[in-house]
Structures are given as C-alpha cells and as structure tokens.
Ligand binder design. Structure first.
Ligand code: GLU
Length: 398
C-alpha cells in the first residue's frame, strides 16, 4: 500500500524537468524531438574549467569531505567575485556553496519560513520557487507583471501585497522564464518598500547575471541598506555552461548563512569537491568564454524574436537577458482542428510535442497560463527548424 506524506502528495513535479524527461523518452523511441524545454546551455563547459577539475583530481588531495559550506579558498573567491562584479561586500562566513542554486533556494526557504508565513513571488517566476516555499509550509503570494510591462511586477504591487505575515520576497533578474531585467532604478524602488518593512528579506536570484543584453547587471543587495536584507543567489550552471556540475552559492547575512550551513549539514553535506575546484578555476580566470557565449545567445535572441513574430497568434516581448522567450499563445485557446481542441497552454505544449516534435514548457508552471516557455539555448539550425515545425503544426488551427 502506498502511504506517502501529504508533503510529497501536495508537491507539484518540476514542469521543466518533466518536459525534458518526456522529450528524452520520445528521443529514445527514435523520434526526432527538438528540445527547447530545459534551460540548459548547449555549449560545453569551457576547456580551462575542465582542466581545473582534472588538475584537482591529479593533485590527489580533494577526495575527502569538504567543509559543509565549501572550501575556504573558493568562498574567498566568491567574495572577490561579489565585490568586483556586483559591488557586494561579503566575508567567507557569509557564503554557502550548495548542490546547485536550487538547493541554495531550498536551504534559504527552510531557514526563513515558518508554517503560514507568506513569501511574495514576482510572477512569472521560476517553477521551483513556489514548490520550495510550500515545502517550507509557507504561502506563495504572487504579484504579476503583464507582457505589456515586460512581465515586471512593480514596487507599488509589492507594497500592496505585504501583510504582517510577509517574511520574504523572491524574484530573478534576468528572469526565468521571461528574460526581463530589472533596472537599477526599478530595484531601488523595490528596495525602498523592503526597507520600510522591518525584517522583510529579499531572495535575489541572479543566476543569469552574465546573460544580459541590456548592459550592466544590477544587484539589489548593493543598494544602500540592502546588504543585511538580501540573500544573493547565484551559481555556475548558466553563465559557465556547468549545469551538470551542480554548483550554486549564496551570499547572505551571517545568521542566514549559518542556518543554511546547518540545514545543508543534515541534508547533503558539502557540494562535490572536484566541482568546487572547477568552480574556483572558473571564478579566478577571465570571463572570455562567458562573454562569447552571451554574444551567441544575443544573436539567437534576435533571430528567434523575428521568427516568433511571424508565428500567427503568438504575442512576444523582447527579452533582455537569460535565454527564454515566453510568448502569449492564448489566441489559440478554444480552437479546434477537428481532432484536437486547445483549451490551454498545456494542451498547446502537448500538441506541439506530439505533432511538431518540439518540446516546450507550459506557462502554468511559471504562473502565467496564457504563455509557453521556449529556451533558445539551442543551435540556430534547431531553432529555425523548431519554429518552422511549430508554425506548420499550428496552421491546422488558423
Ligand atoms: N533552471 C532550468 C530551467 O528552468 C533547469 C531546469 C530546472 O532545474 O528547473 O529550465
């Protein structure tokens, strides 16, 4: 007899990973699926980072448990990175290195949230934020940005959503899934609201910071007064094409970092030693490969913007960062081709997977049921082919 906990029964599956698994299944059955569902760089980890990992193995001394929060020299390098690139002042005891930014986020949620506490989530949001809040028995409160405003919720919306139960807020900039980037001025307005509420904490997910086409990345923690109110979340997966290495980290007030260290000590212990050494190489050498990858993403962004604008019924904004488009596809809802009726974005995604063999993720999972997410971290050839297939498959409804 299955007798699972309510916790797991109530948890929604990660929609990004579920769709990636479905695409993998199709491929294993010999179907040529173009996978644009998972947000995963299609580049290899830069050679010098690979070499850093190999050298660490050859040094023959990185096989034991590392300190739970990460090697000291790595945490120092992360402090230097935060100072140099983000103007954030952290000391090594304020850094915790984890198994991916996803674990960093869950560590923080479990450290801050009591049952019934509210966490304000800027929506559209990354799929795992709400799951992490709910795991900590908190209540996600969504404030929603519209496509006309580049999907960016405002400081005014934040102010209205705050109640005596609000413990924290979370957002990503550049944003997964919309590609929107908060300007420094917008962050200042958000910070003003936060600072007016004693104890309110900000989780600022900056994992796409390098994939930014709008110029400088702004960190909310660098705004005067905010360093004590901000947990800056980052990781190696996106900017350094290191998804499989599983390295995330936070910079946080000491009391938060200590709590995350304690939780991680009971859950997973430290992140893999060799992945940490590779990360040290990545953070102490120049950003050349990251800059080159970003140039390529920008080229693809421009290409996909043009192509998506030609798909009948798709409404698209111009993302300024990350590697996603989040088109509104609601013009298809209620339409039938005689065989299939598209009731919502999930139906559309399943139809496109089935008929066009292109995998995408439904916007429901990101808080906007009118949209679908397309990752353009794929080759130009695949992107062109995918959008041709999408257009052809949808022509049955036009
Ligand atoms: N963050 C990526 C995405 O949104 C990777 C998958 C995941 O962990 O959700 O697709």
């Amino acid at each position: 007899m299955e007798n699972l906990s309510d916790r797991i029964k109530n948890m929604s599956e990660s929609a990004t990973l579920a769709m990636a698994a479905k695409a993998r299944e199709f491929k294993e059955n010999g179907i040529d699926v173009i996978s644009l569902s998972l947000g995963e760089p299609d580049f290899k980890t830069p050679k010098h980072i690979q070499e850093g990992a190999k050298a660490a193995i050859d040094e023959n001394k990185y096989f034991a448990y590392p300190p739970v929060n990460g090697y000291l020299d790595l945490r120092k390098a992360i402090c230097d990175k935060f100072k140099k690139e983000n103007n954030l002042d952290y000391t090594p005891d304020q850094i915790v290195v984890s198994n991916g930014a996803k674990q960093s986020i869950i560590n923080v949620m479990l450290s801050l949230i009591n049952p019934g506490d509210e966490v304000i989530v800027f929506s559209p949001y990354w799929v795992s934020y709400t799951a992490a809040i709910e795991l900590a028995e908190g209540i996600p409160v969504l404030i929603k940005g519209s496509i006309e405003d580049d999907f960016k919720a405002t400081a005014e919306q934040l102010k209205e959503a705050i109640t005596p139960k609000t413990k924290a807020i979370i957002f990503s900039s550049p944003c997964n899934p919309t590609g929107s980037v908060f300007t420094k001025e917008e962050l200042e307005k958000i910070a003003e609201v936060v600072l007016a509420h004693e104890g309110l904490m900000v989780m600022s997910d900056e994992i796409y910071e390098h994939i930014n086409y709008s110029g400088a990345h702004a960190s909310i923690g660098a705004i005067p007064g905010m360093i004590d109110r901000t947990i800056t979340i980052n990781g190696m997966a996106k900017g350094f094409a290191m998804t499989g290495w599983r390295v995330g980290y936070i910079g946080a007030p000491t009391w938060v970092a200590k709590a995350c260290n304690k939780i991680q000590g009971q859950l997973t212990s430290a992140n893999c030693s060799i992945a940490q050494r590779a990360t040290l190489t990545a953070l102490t050498t120049d950003l050349g490969p990251t800059v080159e990858m970003t140039k390529e993403y920008k080229r693809r962004r421009d290409l996909v913007y043009d192509l998506l604008n030609k798909v009948p019924g798709f409404k698209t904004n111009m993302p300024e960062g990350a590697f996603y488009f989040f088109p509104d596809v609601s013009s298809y809802f209620g339409k039938s081709n005689g065989e299939t009726t598209i009731n919502d974005a999930s139906d559309l995604c399943l139809y496109l997977l089935d008929k066009a063999h292109v995998s995408l993720v439904t916007g429901d999972a990101f808080g906007d049921p009118n949209c679908i997410r397309l990752s353009y971290a794929a080759s130009e050839e695949n992107l062109r082919e995918a959008i041709t297939r999408i257009t052809d498959a949808l022509s049955a409804f036009n």
